[in-house]
Write a protein that binds this ligand. Structure first.
Ligand code: SF4
Length: 290
C-alpha cells in the first residue's frame, strides 16, 4: 500500500526527488479503507510503501500514529492481516515513537529495512545522507534494546565518487559491528541530473566491482552466522507455497523475512502456523510444524 509519494531528501546520487517531486502523504482514512478492502480479500500481509515512510505526515498524523491506527483497525475489524511491514526507512527520520509502536503492536513485523548506504562518515556526508556512522550505530543500539528479536536489513552502495580504501574498510567494519541479517548490495551508477554525476573523482568500474564483491562475501558470512543463531527457536511462519524439493513440504517465511521449509499439508498455504527451527540449509531453515 503506497502511503506517500516523492522525497525531500536529495541524496546526491539519487534522481527520485527530481522525477517524483516533493513528499506527499495520503490521508489516514484512505489508507485504512484500502486495508479494509484487502482484509475483505483475505490478505495476510501488507507492506506500507514510500521513499521515506518515516517522514509520513498527514493532517497531524505522523508515521508512528499511522502505524498505531493501522494496528488498531486490524484488531477492531478482526482482519485477516497478520503482518504489517514497511519500507523504506531513512535512518535520520526513524523516531523513538515509531520504535515504541513496533515493540508494542503484535501485528508490526520485527523487521526493519534501514538503508545505511555506506560505513564512512566522510562518504555519507558527500552522499548528503545527513547522519554519521556513529549516529547510525547509536540508532541500531536503540532499536535492538527496544526490540531484541528485530531483524535488520540494509542497502549498501560501493564505489561512490572519491571513495578510498579506508572508506571501504569503514563499511566492512560497520557491517561486522551491526551484523545485518541481509543486505541489498550494489555499486554506484552515475545518474544524469544528480550532483554526484558531476563529481570528477569517479571510481573505475573494475574497482567498484571488486569492492562490491568484498562487501557481498562478508555479508554472506554474516547472514549465515545470524541465521544459525535462530536454530532451535519456535517462530510464527506464514505458509506461502509448496516446496520445490518435495510435494509434502511447504515453504514459508518468518516475521524476520527468512525462508523456512517444513512438512505440512497444502491446506495450510495462506495460514500462519508455528514452526520449530531444526537446522539451516543454505539460506533456508528446515523446521517442524507444531
Ligand atoms: Fe530520497 Fe531515498 Fe533518493 Fe535519498 S535515496 S533522495 S531518501 S529516495
Amino acid at each position: 500500500i503506497p502511503i506517500m509519494h516523492g522525497c525531500n531528501n536529495f541524496c546526491t546520487y539519487c534522481i527520485v526527488p527530481y522525477v517524483r517531486g516533493r513528499e506527499l502523504s495520503r490521508p489516514v482514512e484512505e489508507i485504512l479503507k484500502e486495508i479494509d478492502v484487502l482484509s475483505g480479500y483475505g490478505v495476510r500481509e501488507i507492506t506500507l510503501l514510500g521513499q521515506n515512510v518515516n517522514s509520513y505526515n498527514s493532517d497531524g498524523d505522523n508515521f508512528a500514529s499511522l502505524l498505531k491506527k493501522i494496528a488498531d483497525r486490524i484488531k477492531e475489524t478482526k482482519s485477516s492481516i497478520g503482518w504489517v511491514r514497511f519500507m523504506s526507512s531513512h535512518p535520520k527520520d526513524l523516531s523513538d515513537e515509531v520504535i515504541k509502536v513496533i515493540s508494542e503492536e503484535e501485528v508490526l513485523c520485527h523487521h526493519i529495512h534501514l538503508p545505511v548506504q555506506h560505513g564512512s562518515t566522510k562518504v555519507l556526508k558527500e552522499m548528503n545522507r545527513r547522519y554519521t556512522r556513529e549516529d547510525y550505530i547509536a540508532l541500531v543500539e536503540k532499536i535492538r534494546k527496544a526490540i531484541p528479536d528485530v531483524s535488520l536489513t540494509t542497502d549498501l552502495m560501493m564505489g561512490f565518487p572519491g571513495e578510498t580504501e579506508e572508506d571501504v574498510e569503514d563499511t566492512l567494519s560497520l557491517m561486522k559491528t551491526i551484523k545485518y541479517e541481509n543486505a541489498f548490495m550494489y555499486y554506484y551508477n552515475l545518474r544524469d541530473g544528480t550532483p554526484a554525476a558531476t563529481y570528477e573523482n569517479q571510481i573505475p568500474v573494475e574497482v567498484k566491482k571488486e569492492r562490491l564483491q568484498r562487501v557481498i562475501d562478508l555479508q554472506l558470512e554474516i547472514t549465515t552466522e545470524q541465521m544459525k543463531k535462530r536454530v532451535g527457536n519456535t517462530v510464527k511462519v506464514l505458509c506461502e507455497s509448496v516446496s520445490r524439493d518435495s510435494e509434502d513440504e511447504l515453504l514459508g517465511k518468518t516475521q524476520q523475512d527468512e525462508r523456512v521449509a517444513f512438512k505440512a499439508d497444502k491446506k495450510f498455504i495462506g495460514s500462519f502456523v508455528t514452526v520449530k527451527i531444526d537446522s539451516l540449509n543454505g539460506n533456508t531453515f528446515r523446521g517442524t510444524m507444531l
